[in-house]
Write a protein that binds this ligand. Structure first.
Ligand code: DGL
Length: 270
């Protein structure tokens, strides 16, 4: 078991979407403190090249290191897909990514071993989910689909209604005829659309029932096993590289809670 002592878990993401991972961690580990870094000055990472994402991830890791974190959770699927080996080499604490837990959650849910993944372009191009699934179950098939418009829709708060419904439907249509029975939401923003995704899957009628799983819930389970549940109430400190307008509104949407009382600080990354 990993002993955190008084040290917080460091969590970082390209922006505020990683607060969906913080939300899952706080629900499972209420006694553990968290230091969150959202690189809001450089979001989105999902459309950038792997080498740029690796460079950004290095800067985020350097900042978290100054907070004496006991371990690091890479909430961003895109960073987890392309920068995990570099981060594990660079940091002297354990580093948890979200792709492997997400892939395992998909494998736990599937019966047909045909798994769909919705993710950013960077994550899809990396093939990380496919590798994570077939490393465990070589006979499994992964069908990937990028869903870039869901990131701005989530930030605008268009979580349901006709636009979200139509966009989601068009991203789900390619899964028709593929036989997938499980869909992994492989991006920090997508859990906010879970209900509409489930609704649209039902409407599309892929020929079988599809179970939706997300990597946020999956990584929280991994952390519970790794650090154990401690009593008390942990703190949450949020660092951002830019304070966007409507920050509190957007952050609250991802966190599922008000951020008014939270300690939020703007930082520069070296
Ligand atoms: N945080 C990113 C991810 O989970 C989504 C947003 C972005 O493109 O930066 O892949």
């Amino acid at each position: 078991m990993l002993v955190l002592g008084d040290r917080p878990i460091g969590v970082f993401d390209s922006g505020l979407g990683g607060l969906t991972v913080v939300r899952a961690l706080r629900a499972s580990l209420p006694g553990t403190s968290i230091v969150y870094l959202g690189d809001t000055a450089r979001v989105p990472y999902g459309v950038r090249s792997a080498s740029t994402v690796v460079e950004y991830a290095k800067r985020c890791a350097r900042l978290l290191r100054t907070h004496d974190v006991g371990c690091v959770v890479v909430a961003c699927n895109t960073v987890s897909a392309v920068a995990l080996p570099m981060l594990r080499e660079m940091l002297d604490v354990e580093v948890f990514g979200v792709v492997e837990p997400g892939a395992r959650a998909g494998l736990a849910a599937t019966r047909s071993y045909r798994i769909g993944v919705l993710a950013t372009r960077g994550t899809v191009v990396s093939g990380a989910y496919e590798r994570a699934v077939t490393d465990v179950e070589p006979s499994a098939t992964v069908v990937q689909q990028e869903a870039p418009l869901l990131v701005p829709l989530a930030e605008e708060g268009w979580l349901d209604g006709p636009v979200a419904g139509a966009v989601i439907r068009s991203y789900l249509e390619p899964f028709r005829g593929t036989g997938v029975d499980t869909l992994v939401l492989g991006c920090t923003h997508y859990p906010l659309f879970r209900r509409v995704i489930e609704e649209q899957l039902e409407r599309l009628d892929l020929g079988n029932e599809v179970t939706v799983v997300d990597s946020a819930g999956a990584v929280a389970k991994v952390l519970v096993e790794a650090v154990g549940v401690s009593p008390g109430s942990g703190s949450l400190r949020i660092h951002v590289t830019d304070l966007p307008s409507r920050f509190r509104e957007v952050a609250a949407r991802f966190l599922g809670d008000s951020v008014d009382d939270l300690c939020v600080q703007q930082v520069d990354l070296q």
